[in-house]
Design a protein around this ligand. Sequence first.
Ligand code: G3P
Ligand code: CA
Length: 346
Amino acid sequence: MFTSALLAFSLLLGQLPPVPGKEPHPLVIGHRGASGQLPEHTLEAYERAIEQGADYIEPDLVVTKDGHLVARHENEIGGTTDVAIRFPKRERTQLIDGQEMKGFFTEDFTLEELRSLRARQRLSFRSQAYNGKYAIPTFEEVLALVERKNRETGRQIGLYIETKHPTHFQKIGLPIEPRLLAALKEHQLDKAGAPVYIQSFEVSNLQWLKRHSELRLIQLIEDVGQPADQIGTKLSYASMITPAGLQQVATYAVGIGPYKRLIVPEHDGRLQAPTHLIENAHAAGLLVHPWTFRTDKEYLAEDYEGNPEEEYLQFFALGVDGVFSDFPEDAFNARERWYRQEIPGR
Ligand code: G3P
Ligand code: CA
C-alpha cells in the first residue's frame, strides 16, 4: 500500500543510518520489554528486547507499600501476576485518578511479598507458556540488567521510564519521582545526556521533574480525555496537540509520546490520511515517539495486509523520531530496511 507520494518523497531524500556515537534514529523502544513474546515488565522480557535490537527498554514504574520502585504497567497487578491465587484476601476497591478500580494494588504489598509472585501473560492470544516463571523486577534490577547488557554488548542501552499514576502515589505518601531520581543518581544516570527519558500522561510531575533534574522528559498523549492531574482545568489532550498546546509542552518536555492514531487515524477499520501532528510537534521543537506498534493480527490494521513492517515504514516516512513496540525485533528489522531503503514498490 505504500506507493504514496509521501513515502516516495521521503525515499528520494534518502534515509541514512545514524552517526556512530549518536542515538539511532528513529529509536526502537522495547515497550514493556519484548512484551509480545514474554510476560511484560520482566527482566526476561527486557533482556529479549535488548537482544532483538531495542535501543531503549521501557519500564513502567509503581511503588510498593514499603517504598520500593518495581516495574508493572499498573499498580493493579491482578491481570499480570498470580496475586489472586497467592493473596486472595488482599483484593479491594479504591479510587485511582477519579475512577473506581477493583483489584490488587502494589501499594498494599511489601517488596518481599511482591517478590513471591510470578508474572503472567495478560493477553489470551499471546503465548501463555511462560506464566509462573518470572518475577516482578525491582527498578534496581532493571538498572543492573542494563549495566550488564551494556558491558556484554558494548552498546549503550537506554531507559525509557514511565511514572505510573504519579498523583495517586503522591497522595498516598509514596511519590515516585524522588525515588526515581535517587536511583538514577546512584547509577550515574541523572545528568543531561544520560540515555534516559522519563514519560508521563500527567503534567505536573513532569514539570516537577523539569525543575529537579536535567533529564529528557516526554509528555504522553491519549486520543481522548485529559491528564489525571488536570481534572477541573481546561487542559485536555486535544488542547495539548494544538500548535499552542505543543508550544506549552515544549516548555518542560523534549518530546511527545502520542497514541499512534493521533498521527494515522483509523475509521471503520480503515486507515485515514495522516494528521499534521508530527510537523506541528517538530515545529515546536518536540520529538515524536508514538505508541504502540504490535505485530499481533488482533492489533495490526488490515491495511498493512499482515505485514507489520509496513506500519513501521509508514511512520518512519512520516517522520517519527521513535516507536514504542511490543515486538522490537520487527521494529529493528523495519528500520534496517529503512536505512537500506529496501522498500517494496519503490
Ligand atoms: O508509555 C507509553 C505507552 O506505554 C502507552 O502507555 O498504557 O502502554 O503504558 P501504556
Ligand atoms: Ca508505558
